[in-house]
Ligand binder design. Structure first.
Ligand code: NAD
Length: 295
């Protein structure tokens, strides 16, 4: 297992592929954006290869793509990974997509006799850089066992959720539903604190040793809000995408989640107002601007 393909060299994919290179793998990278491929080449990655050739050349291919549509294009098209795969290929999708897309890809992979795992990740760009990602893997145990050395070079906590292909995705959507709540909570609470003349740094120090503490508070405040820096990270539009998948899942289970629905609408509105490409923590900024308009 030496030749690895990596498709999607974005905020997550680029540091992950760099870690594979640093672990001694030969890595071939593909992205629709030439700047992303150029950045990957600078780390020693190989570019300029088409998707069909990638599928013929590599033993394992990992993908990190921004949407269900992109995953369907990369996996299921005539020029896609599965149609052109070689026997013995293992493909691992680390993107967060609709559970139905995991199922569709698995069916196509089975027809071709190749192995597929749906393995979304948590831990953000920091986790991708520092190899501390959590993997939530759904799919056959045999393929999971085969993937372990590779996933261990990308992350710290590797979980096989179950043989059900979408089980990792379901876990991840529940994780991101919580991220959505925490991010909205931090955004509203810190706006209230600021309006009440509290020092945000001092507040962080005190709440860090109180029950108001959370990893998302630390992440959103320390890395973004305190520095007034909102380049992603995890973009607000990607979080909105995942909240939509979580709501679809609830609907399928005939479960009413009124707070989650409001949450989704909040992020949807922020995206419509032009905050979608920024880090999710920008919700804090959006709320403060909104207050200024109301006043
Ligand atoms: P991103 O938008 O930064 O990167 C996606 C990359 O895929 C881009 O470089 C884009 O050009 C490329 N791409 C799009 N369509 C393509 C195609 N058809 N062929 C080849 N390349 C294509 O997104 P990201 O933040 O890196 O997230 C990637 C995935 O990981 C998403 O599904 C996201 O939900 C998930 N995720 C992100 C984070 C995070 O903190 N950013 C954390 C956990 C999981």
């Amino acid at each position: 297992m030496n030749k690895i393909g990596f498709v999607g060299l974005g905020n997550m994919g680029l540091p992950m592929s760099e870690n594979l290179l640093n672990s001694g793998y030969t890595v071939y990278g593909v992205d629709v954006q030439s700047e992303a491929e150029a950045a990957f080449e600078q780390f020693g990655g190989i570019i300029g290869i088409s998707l069909p050739n990638l599928s013929k050349l590599c033993e394992v291919i990992i993908t990190s793509l921004p949407s269900s549509k992109a995953v369907e294009t990369v996996y299921l098209g005539e020029e896609g990974l599965i149609e052109n795969s070689r026997p013995g290929l293992l493909i691992i999708d680390t993107s967060t997509v609709a559970p139905e897309v995991n199922q569709k890809v698995e069916s196509a992979a089975k027809r071709k006799g190749i192995e597929f795992l749906a393995a979304p990740v948590s831990g953000g760009v920091v986790g991708a850089v520092n190899r501390t990602l959590t993997f939530m893997v759904g799919g056959p145990k045999k393929a999971y066992d085969r993937s372990i050395p590779l996933l261990q070079s990308l992350g710290e906590n590797i979980f096989h959720v179950s043989e059900k292909i979408e089980s990792g995705t379901t876990t991840k959507l529940i994780n991101n539903l919580l991220i959505g709540f925490y991010t909205a909570g931090v955004s509203e609470a810190l706006n209230l604190a600021e309006k009440s003349d509290l020092n945000l740094e001092k507040l962080f120090e005190m709440l860090s040793v109180s029950y108001g503490q959370s990893r998302i508070y630390e992440r959103n405040y320390k890395s973004f809000i305190a520095n007034e820096h909102y380049e992603p990270g995890f973009s607000l539009k990607l979080l909105r995408k995942d909240l939509g998948f979580a709501l679809d899942l609830a609907e399928k289970q005939q479960l009413k989640l009124p707070m989650s629905k409001i949450l989704f609408e909040m992020y949807e509105e922020a995206e419509q107002k032009g905050f979608g490409e920024k880090d999710m923590s920008v919700l804090y900024k959006k709320i403060s601007q909104q207050q200024a308009t109301i006043l």
